[in-house]
Design a binder for this molecule. Sequence first.
Ligand SMILES: *Cc1c(COP(=O)(O)O)cnc(C)c1O
Length: 367
Amino acid sequence: MSIPLIDLKAQYSRIQPEIDTAIQQTISQTAFIGGESVAQFEQEFGGYLGASQVVSCGNGTDALEIILRTLNIGSGDEVLVPTMSWVATSEVVVTAGATPVFVDVNPGTYTINPQEAAQKITERTKAIMPVHLYGHPADMPAIMQLAETHKLWVIEDCAQAHGATINGKKAGTWGHAAGFSFFPSKNLGCYGDGGAMAFREEKHAEQARTIARHGQQTRHHHVLHGRNSRLDGLQAAILLAKLQYLDQWLSEKQQVAYQYTERLAELAPIVCPSEQAGYQHAWHLYVIRTSERDQLKQMLQRQGIQTGIHYPTALPFLPCYQDLNHQPEDFPITSQYQPEILSLPMYAELTESQVDFISQTIADFFN
Ligand SMILES: *Cc1c(COP(=O)(O)O)cnc(C)c1O
């Protein structure tokens, strides 16, 4: 048996006719840039989230970057970011000219710790950027309260959390703005690069759209120094076709996650991911922890089971942040978890017998 970490081909073969039609139609309409699919996708994705203002853009990194600019965050400002994330989260803060201030994560949820964040607030702190890592929502009620007290912008990095909720309210509608990625392997992925921003306020959405469209307000009328960041027509058509299946795929992924947990939870050397009460995980990744991570990973590889590490180095310890001179003891939870995290195969089409095989192989390793 050979089981990949994610299988995009399996997903495509379920919906091939719809995807192929969407692509064909876009080409026959030559609706490559802009056009109906893009507008319709913004509308429908906004409807899915329960967010009235959605602006599409080129990728998830651009989304976060344009949001920072929209909210006038730049030189001299500090932005609180979690230690555990993909590099884009802190990268965009630097691109905007501001300084990322790293905050350790909550044990159990891998998301930014609001109490730790509170201790790092200075006069220069302008925003906090929670990441709903692996698909588990950050503690948004506590983060919103903190933000209100200290007058901070809250920018949600939703790249891994399409469809996640807290008390039924979608991730991406808690903060002032949210960035989504449609990178192919994300819960809602296109067939190339794509991204979107969701805003609470119309004026922010308008400003973001202007920035992403060359600073153009009306045709040939450029009111600010903008840039180009667009979701193209083919990607929008593909996303429209896939959006209607998102909830079904999320519930299938949830089944996979629950089956893993049922099989693995009793193994003492393993910590399974969990959902806080009232929180619905979007299961972008199923990440376990074990002190024998590297040996387990190698053994699974030999059995044809592909795993991943998200991510091998916590953000503050990447070479690009060496100037900040962080030490492992600055972030005790992150430092403890870093060598232990392991992502198991996770996609909606994983069968019960495959999950059984993976779980049994893991159990055999420890017994
Ligand atoms: C994927 C991802 C991004 C960036 O998205 P791109 O579309 O690849 O630019 C940002 N943040 C997190 C947490 C991600 O996983």
